[in-house]
Design a protein around this ligand. Structure first.
Ligand SMILES: Cc1ncc(COP(=O)(O)O)c(C=O)c1O
Length: 412
């Protein structure tokens, strides 16, 4: 039956990380691997009340098909909510999607032909890479500095791709508390990135699931809010600010032609996003205090991030080549180990010590050559006590690995 599989689908590789994650499911393992939001941040009682009311009182509407572009009620609620955040889209500049993963699928379907080049951060969000692979785009990874994508290298890579006669289409960027590193793109770089995109005539896909989860420092204007040409498409998901299981997001696109195509592609993909979840979210946004709710979420992750940073300081070996990021928001931080350490090779030993992470190489578009000495840690799911114990275990594994590799080096 294999011959029936499309070339496109066959190009999507089996994920090593999925195999590794299977090992982390034992209850005794403290896992920093999953990127899931903390369930205590889900406003489940409020959502239950709204859902019951919608199903009893408005079933003829919410159990029906809806518009491909999304329910007007939700789009209006999002506009009112985000107005003070410098984002002022109109109703027809918003498209509701079945969470941001569908947004990524739609933009890939709408804008990427086989062989088209898309520039992205290296490392970047794994499932975005899978989507771009499915549509046979060439992904060119641009290294990250402490303040986001290295734009000198981006310019060089754009020029090189153009010289090679490739069709350059877009830049994919996660500006705030990036998945997987927790790094934030600085304001200066956002402005310059937009200029580069204008000069090279590229679209920017600005994926922003974590922007509302800032617990330290000042928030930075989105690239979308600076764009006057409609070349930035922003993805804004409810997964981390309301509930991931509702599978709900909004895509912002100011160019009418691009939006028209996206709506058509959305229609062909699933006709419409669930009206029930859209109406539940709309009522939550308008009837409850979203700012207070977000404050609670930020507080929750702030405490957990502090616990992880404190434990890393306390337990990780002080060694040249051992470092980690210090994110001001979001769910993740990124650890670098000395070059000679391979986090994939080390993984079974971490599992033996009952702690788990995600290997760094999984997040690189080059298919695993880079990031071998790196790992992603998520601080979202565990309690501060579990975080301390998990980092203690992980540090022990790292210490042993460094010592073993030192002996190995001495023997050479
Ligand atoms: C950067 C990024 N984009 C998109 C998503 C997808 O989120 P969802 O499909 O739940 O909206 C995630 C989820 O972790 C993410 O980290």
């Amino acid at each position: 039956m294999k011959r029936h599989i499309s070339k496109r689908a066959a190009g999507v590789k089996r994920s090593t990380i999925r195999e590794l994650l299977k090992l982390t499911e034992k209850p005794e393992i403290i896992s920093f691997a999953g990127g899931l939001p903390a369930p205590e941040t889900f406003p489940h009682n409020e959502l239950a009340e709204i859902a019951a009311d919608e199903l009893r009182g408005h079933y003829k509407n919410v159990l029906q098909y809806g518009l491909a572009e999304g329910s007007r009620t939700l789009r209006r609620a999002v506009i009112d909510w985000l107005q003070p955040h410098e984002l002022a889209p109109t109703l027809d500049q918003l498209l509701v999607t079945t969470a941001s993963q569908q947004g990524l699928d739609l933009i890939a379907k709408a804008f990427l032909d086989p062989g088209d080049v898309i520039f992205c951060e290296a490392p970047t969000y794994l499932a975005a890479l899978q989507t771009f692979t499915l549509f046979q785009a060439e992904k060119i990874g641009i290294p990250l500095d402490d303040d986001g994508m290295n734009l000198d290298i981006l310019e060089e890579e754009i020029a090189a791709a153009k010289r090679a006669g490739k069709t350059t289409k877009a830049i994919y960027v996660i500006p705030d508390f990036q998945n997987p590193t927790g790094i934030t793109l600085s304001l200066e770089k956002r402005k310059r990135l937009l200029k580069i995109a204008q000069q090279a005539d590229l679209l920017i896909f600005e994926d922003n699931p974590y922007g509302q989860l800032r617990f330290e420092g000042e928030s930075i204007a989105s690239i979308y809010s600076m764009d006057t040409e409609g070349r930035v498409i922003m993805l804004f998901t409810f997964s981390k600010v309301l509930a991931a299981g509702m599978r709900l997001a909004v895509l912002f696109a100011n160019d009418a032609d691009l939006m028209e195509i996206l709506v058509r592609v959305k229609q062909a993909s699933d006709l419409c996003t669930s009206k029930l979840t859209q109406h539940i979210a709309a009522r939550y946004i308008t009837e409850y205090k979203m700012e207070e709710h977000l404050e609670q979420i930020r507080e929750c992750y702030h405490i957990k991030r502090n616990a992880m940073l404190a434990a890393l300081e306390k337990y990780m070996p002080v060694e040249d080549g051992v470092s980690w990021t210090r994110p001001d928001g979001g769910l993740f931080l990124w650890v670098r180990l000395p070059e000679r350490i391979d986090t994939e090779e080390m993984f079974p030993r971490a599992i033996d010590k009952e702690v788990a992470y995600v290997i760094g190489s999984a997040f690189y578009p080059d298919g695993g050559r880079q990031g071998r000495n790196e790992m992603r840690l998520s601080f979202s799911l565990n309690t501060p006590e579990e975080i301390e114990e998990g980092i203690r275990r992980l540090s022990e594994v790292v210490r042993e690995e460094i010592a073993a590799k030192r002996v190995g080096l001495a023997a050479v």
